[in-house]
Design a protein around this ligand. Structure first.
Ligand SMILES: N[C@@H](CCC(=O)N[C@@H](CS)C(=O)NCC(=O)O)C(=O)O
Length: 205
């Protein structure tokens, strides 16, 4: 299998962490991929030119990150990282969507902030950062309610951890944890896992 990624992509990190948690990281070739270049091999793997994309041993391409996580979980992990049915399944899928949405809102705010000051849409930045704050509050609450009793660091925990890792890299820990000490404690535990240590983003990349 081949996984295209960038070292700082929070979406690609989800797939990489799942591979580590399932003990199969060695069976996936990691291909560091430059984004927004004329790369026909990349486009052949994913016409939308986003990472992550996983090319399976059978030679078909999978995207996006949630499809890849679930593929690895079902085909190589007997589904143990996500409840197959019942309320926990839907809560966890919603937590994954919320984590993704928080990152997407933060990316929008960052790209707006990167424009020359006179061209920035300040209202848009405020609106997107307010979504980030509300999303983090919802994640904080969901983890408080559900995750501590769970025996496994499942797909929901992996999605949240990957999102938090990227947000911390780009915005610093204060935005995340100053008003959410429970989330900070949860994050410290998640960060101690070998799968998270092995997939750390890099400020220099
Ligand atoms: N929904 C997608 C999002 C993937 C995504 O946005 N990846 C970013 C890197 S973090 C990317 O490849 N961006 C390149 C581009 O938008 O041109 C997923 O979950 O995989």
């Amino acid at each position: 299998m081949r996984l295209r990624y960038t070292v700082n992509s929070p979406f690609a990190r989800k797939a990489r962490v799942v591979a580590h948690e399932l003990g199969m990281a060695d069976s996936i070739e990691l291909v560091s991929t430059a984004l927004r270049t004329q790369d026909r091999a990349f486009w052949a793997d994913n016409p939308i030119a986003k990472v992550p994309v996983l090319v399976t041993d059978e030679g078909f391409s999978l995207s996006d990150s949630n499809v890849i996580m679930e593929y690895l979980n079902v085909v190589h992990g007997q589904g143990r990282l996500l409840a197959a049915s019942g309320p926990q399944r839907w809560k966890d899928l919603t937590l994954i969507s919320t984590a993704d949405a928080v990152v997407e809102a933060a990316i929008l705010a960052r790209s707006e902030t990167a424009r020359p000051p006179e061209q920035q849409n300040k209202l848009r930045i405020e609106q997107e950062m307010a979504k980030v704050a509300r999303g983090l509050d919802a994640i904080d609450k969901a983890l408080e309610d559900d995750i501590p009793g769970q025996p496994v660091f499942g797909l929901a925990g992996i999605a949240v951890s990957s999102a938090l890792g990227w947000l911390e890299l780009r915005f610093g820990p204060e935005l995340l944890f100053n008003t959410r000490p429970g989330l900070g404690a949860w994050w410290a535990q998640a960060m101690a896992r070998p799968s998270m240590q092995a997939t750390q983003p890099s400020p220099d990349a």
